[in-house]
Design a protein around this ligand. Structure first.
Ligand code: NI
Length: 175
């Protein structure tokens, strides 16, 4: 297993649209294992393949406190979402240190494939519903900051680009 590099906003690769997974083989299992290690190491509660520069419809979620409830969603589709909305203070491993309110449907029913290509359906609410929708947005090339006002989004972009320049500067000085 390996810890993968997580793309940081505003990296343009985060806006690529993921393609459906068609082959359920050892390569796919390796990507999932590496993504899980990367998510637990970060630590985060969800990770979409797009965030590690793999542009395939694959995401993982573990909202448990004990990090032993890994859920894998391949080629996920929303079958139903509630009219009722909920606001949640969201964050993202690709937008480190930034949290803000996003309004989404409170409940969703999702169909997806498991690691062996077998279909399943799940109805979710609470944090799991938020995570599923947030990670599915990643597969469409959408980042949660795109729900915020342009002013806030630009502030976030400027802050993260400045941090990145500072990190690169530090790395150069250390060489
Ligand atoms: Ni995210």
């Amino acid at each position: 297993m390996a810890i993968l590099n997580i793309l940081r906003y505003p990296d343009p690769r985060l806006h690529k649209v993921a393609k459906p997974v068609t082959v359920f083989d050892a390569r796919l299992k390796k990507i999932v294992a590496d993504m899980a290690e990367t998510m637990y190491d970060a630590p985060g509660v969800g990770l979409a393949a797009s965030q590690v520069d793999v542009h395939e419809q694959l995401l993982i979620i573990d909202t448990s406190e004990t990090h032993d409830d890994l859920r894998i969603f391949i080629n996920p589709e929303i079958l139903w979402s509630s009219a009722e909305k909920k606001i949640y203070d969201e964050g993202c491993l690709s937008v480190p240190g930034i949290y803000d309110d996003v309004e989404r449907p409170a409940q969703v029913t999702v169909r997806a494939l498991d690691i062996n290509g077998k279909p399943f359906e799940i109805s979710a609410d609470g944090l799991l519903a938020v995570c599923i929708q947030h990670e599915m947005d990643h597969l469409k090339g959408k980042i949660f900051v795109e729900y915020l006002s342009p002013l806030k989004r630009n502030r976030i972009k400027t802050k993260l680009l400045k941090e990145e320049r500072e990190m690169q500067g530090t790395a150069r000085r250390q060489r």
